[in-house]
Design a protein around this ligand. Structure first.
Ligand code: HEM
Length: 427
């Protein structure tokens, strides 16, 4: 078997399937062989070139002209005609958002819409976020056990995201089902039968997002990033286009919270599996911000992203044709021994952990990264203080929604002895 540039395909590359098995358990570890022996390889199962080393992944993120993000939200598993007909019936017209827009349009748009994301403008959300975290914890702190995903890590990032965007909470009741459908539709490998149900949900998601946006357009004075988007559209319709607004409304309703819910659950999973590190955080909460970065390095919630080559080029010495599609695996870059000292060890004191590529890099780097970081920090501050004796329920396995990019456990079961809660001794 040969790649589109004529090079022979190794057995491992031919067998690479990111929708199940080792990649679903830990994509960084699953690509250890590739980082060592074949850092850029063609995966016939996907029709993508898979890029696994830190320097190559970063160089691709850095050059968004040669490596266009246009395919970032393309369906990685093409839908059949029946599924496409369903989407059409709902008027589904997802086009460019922010993350998959080319220059110069992208940067003009990003500049107009950046302010709400600046750290000085995010600080105002912190007191409400802390109060909400405490309130959710109060519901289960005397219970002695919880599924942290169901009991807190899904709903709080969702509430924060809706508040940040300006979306009323009752407008998003079906969001979880919609977000799952969007993830599987964009990054998963559903069977043709599954595609039909997914397409129905994606279509309904599109209509719900548009209904919310129509309400904002009719009355654009509200507070929140999507209201600001509508106002910027009214001032600069050629930069913040109507198609952008409609596509972004749906994309951001999923991206603004799933990413953070998953990153938080991954961080707690990692820390509770590294008990010494957890106990150090309980002793010394000043370590929490650097622990957040190390968690994002070893267990990020976006593990791979996509680019398309706009002309023939080489990556890591491998020829990539014009139009070649690239799966750039951040989770693998984040474990590359050529970049990281003791890459496989989890080290909350690691000085350069912040160089991880979980938020991407360069012109498109995640605009919401400081929202994600703030939420993770506050969750860790509250849990290490109020439930330092919490443990993972033993024997549970990490179950992820099968897809190439989004990673987080479906459940996170923990337990503790409520009689030992520090608040009982020192209320
Ligand atoms: C873009 C990850 C949270 C909004 C991205 C990209 C990644 C990412 C990998 C693409 C970067 C690139 O192409 O270089 C994450 C992770 C998060 C997170 C891991 C949580 C831990 C958020 C939140 C928001 C957000 C909370 C908004 C409320 C955006 C936007 C972009 C983006 C608007 C597009 C930026 C651009 O293309 O210029 N994110 N994200 N993200 N993210 Fe996030």
């Amino acid at each position: 078997m040969r790649s589109p540039t004529g090079c022979p395909i190794s057995a491992r590359a031919a067998g690479f399937n990111p929708f199940s098995g080792a990649y679903q358990q830990d994509p960084g570890d699953a690509l250890d062989w590739a980082r060592r022996d074949e850092p850029v390889f063609y995966a016939p199962e996907l029709g993508y070139w898979v890029v696994t080393r830190y320097e190559d992944v970063k160089a691709i993120f850095r050059d968004n002209i040669l490596f266009s993000p246009a395919i970032a939200l393309e369906k990685i598993t093409p839908a059949g005609p029946e599924a496409m007909a369903i989407l059409q019936r709902y008027g589904f017209a997802m086009q460019r958002t922010m993350v998959n827009e080319d220059e110069p349009d992208h940067m003009a748009r990003r500049r107009l819409l950046l302010d709400d994301f600046l750290p000085e403008n995010l600080a105002k959300h912190e007191p409400a976020l802390r109060a909400l975290t405490r309130q959710y914890m109060d519901r289960f702190i005397d219970r002695g056990h919880a599924d942290l995903v169901a009991d807190i890590f899904y709903e709080i990032p969702l509430t924060v995201a809706l508040h940040f965007l300006g979306v009323p909470e009752d407008g998003a009741a079906e969001l979880r089902e919609f977000a799952v459908a969007h993830t599987l539709n964009t990054w998963g490998r559903p069977t043709p039968e599954e595609q039909l149900k997914i397409s129905e949900n994606v279509g309904r998601f599109w209509q719900t997002a548009n209904r919310i946006l129509d309400g904002m357009i009719a009355n654009p004075d509200g507070e929140g990033w999507m209201y600001e988007t509508v106002r910027q559209h009214n001032k600069h319709p050629e930069i913040v286009t109507e198609s952008y607004m409609r596509s972004m409304m749906m994309a951001i309703l999923a991206a603004a919270h799933e990413t953070t819910s998953n990153a938080t659950a991954n961080a707690f999973w990692t820390l509770l599996n590294n008990r010494d590190a957890w106990e150090e955080l309980c002793e010394n909460p000043a370590l929490i911000p650097s622990a957040v970065e190390e968690c994002l390095r070893v267990a990020g919630s976006i593990v791979a992203w996509r680019r398309i080559a706009t002309r023939a080029t080489t990556v890591g010495g491998v020829d990539i044709p014009e139009g070649g599609k690239l799966l750039i695996v951040q989770a693998s870059a984040n474990k590359d021994a050529q970049h990281w000292e003791n890459a496989d060890s989890f080290d909350i004191y690691r000085e350069n952990a912040v160089e991880h590529l979980t938020f991407g890099y360069g012109a498109h780097q995640c605009m919401g990264k400081n929202i994600g970081r703030m939420e993770m920090r506050i969750f860790l501050e509250e849990f290490t203080r109020r439930l330092p004796h919490m443990r993972l329920v033993s024997g549970q396995t990490f179950r992820n929604l099968p897809n190439v990019s989004f990673r987080g456990p479906e459940k996170l079961l923990v337990e503790w002895d409520p009689a030992q809660n520090p608040e009982r001794a020192d209320p």
